[in-house]
Write a protein that binds this ligand. Structure first.
Ligand code: KG4
Ligand code: ZN
Length: 401
């Protein structure tokens, strides 16, 4: 079965084509266009992101379908033939579906007149959780394609996508040895610990009470004037600090002079809280001589301290949950799981546990938002296929019961 998947829940426009069967997954295309525009503002503005998705969707779709070798400029484009035009009755329905995405309507119309229907069985699309205006663009685009090409759709939970992208190679595993699992989904919008009894059976056992871990990286970066998204920049600068620190004194343990709190690290539940950490960064800067606070050394050390505090809390709580629920596997997902230090420390700490705990971590390019994760989750939800008329958006969609 060939799945065309669309992801627009935040600031990445992602489209993938996956050829999937119970015995093998083959990625035919996975194209992501990350919106650079938000870097100037230190965060994502939903209406600006919506506009960018409208601009990106058709070029990204065209690129994905070309990579997957699924399009031929059809519809009588040969010289001497009249250009194919969508009949007015169908055009009116497309216009209605995309009535709130005017720019997208124009480019979609052009695209549908240029290419024939591709050989695709299902369209999977993120319908929540995420930024509402952004979700609507992707869902309405999926509706338009589904209607025009007469291909069923599958709504996909973005968080389930982050979890299931780890199951790309599932056909080679003994699934009985994987579950129950504990999944840590850490992104710009979410920090959740999820008990995965099996694929499709989820229960949120803990989550952030305020900021998400990625949001904490982003806000700390904004305070330090480092731009957006904060995670990759802080991670890079933190590793520069570690390198120069170890170069000065290779025998000393790796610690920083800047001490930041580890909020809720020892609480008995599996909840998180990261807004205090951002405030602590703000206070440390306020209480430091401005000359020092602006120095490269201080900024490097602060990046190290922020990353260290976030990693400590995430790892401690995840391992506690895995022990309490007798999990056989820890599954990481979401943009923050791209963090090299988090991956390294998880690996290191799991080795110290007396029994075997599998660790599933997606490749870095599949940690952050992408279409492929939606295609994989779409495959596992293939029994939920429905008509485009029934697709709805739920910006606060929750995984599990
Ligand atoms: O999953 P994602 O792409 O989008 C959401 O669903 O939110 O996650 C984006 C978040 C941003 O907050 C970004 O700063 C963070 O993931 N991030 C990282 C890294 N790469 C992205 N955080 C820490 N280290 C990284 N290398
Ligand atoms: Zn995400």
């Amino acid at each position: 079965m060939k799945i065309l998947a669309i992801e627009t829940s935040c600031d990445d426009t992602g489209i993938a084509v996956l050829q999937a069967s119970s015995s093998k997954f083959k990625v035919l295309a996975n194209v992501v266009s990350s919106q650079q525009i938000h870097a100037n503002y230190g965060g994502v503005f939903p209406m600006m992101a919506k506009r960018e998705h409208q601009r990106n969707l058709v070029p990204v779709l065209e690129q994905a379908l070309k990579l997957a070798k699924l399009v031929n400029p059809g519809h009588n484009t040969a010289p001497g033939f009249a250009k194919f035009k969508i009949p007015n009755s169908k055009l009116q329905i497309l216009k209605k579906i995309l009535e709130k995405e005017n720019n997208l309507f124009e480019s979609t119309k052009e695209f549908l007149e240029k290419y024939e229907k591709p050989n695709v069985d299902i369209i999977a699309v993120t319908n929540g959780p995420g930024l509402e205006p952004c979700l609507h663009v992707g869902v309405n685009f999926a509706k338009a394609l589904s209607y025009f090409w007469d291909i069923p759709v599958i709504p996909v939970n973005h968080i389930e996508g982050h979890i299931l992208v780890n199951f790309m190679k599932h056909e080679t595993w003994n699934m009985k040895q994987m579950f129950p699992a504990i999944s840590l989904v850490v992104s710009g919008g979410h920090t959740q610990l999820i008990l995965v009894k099996k694929i499709g059976n989820y229960e949120i056992i803990g989550e952030t009470r305020d900021d998400a871990a990625g949001e904490c990286f982003d806000k700390a970066a904004r305070i330090l004037g480092l731009g957006y998204p904060g995670g990759p920049i802080i991670s890079k600068i933190a590793s520069e600090f570690a390198r120069s620190y170890l170069a000065k004194d290779p025998l000393r343990g790796m610690t920083s002079q800047i001490l930041l709190p580890r909020p809720m690290m020892h609480s008995k539940d599996y909840d998180f809280s990261f807004s205090g950490l951002k405030t602590a960064v703000l206070y440390k800067i306020r209480d430091t001589d401005p000359k020092i606070a602006k120095s490269q050394e201080f900024i490097q050390e602060m990046c190290f301290a922020v990353q260290d505090a976030i990693c400590d809390v995430l790892i401690k709580k995840t391992i506690n949950a895995a022990k309490a629920y007798k999990a056989k596997t820890i599954i990481l997902g979401g943009g923050v799981s791209a963090n090299q230090e988090l991956r390294k420390q998880f690996d290191y700490k799991l080795k110290a546990i007396s029994y075997k705990l599998n660790l599933l971590v997606p490749p870095v390019n599949l940690s952050t938002d992408n279409g492929l994760m939606i295609a994989v989750a779409g495959y596992f939800n293939r029994n939920k296929k429905t008509s485009w008329k029934k697709l709805t958006v739920n910006a606060n969609l929750r995984i599990g019961k």
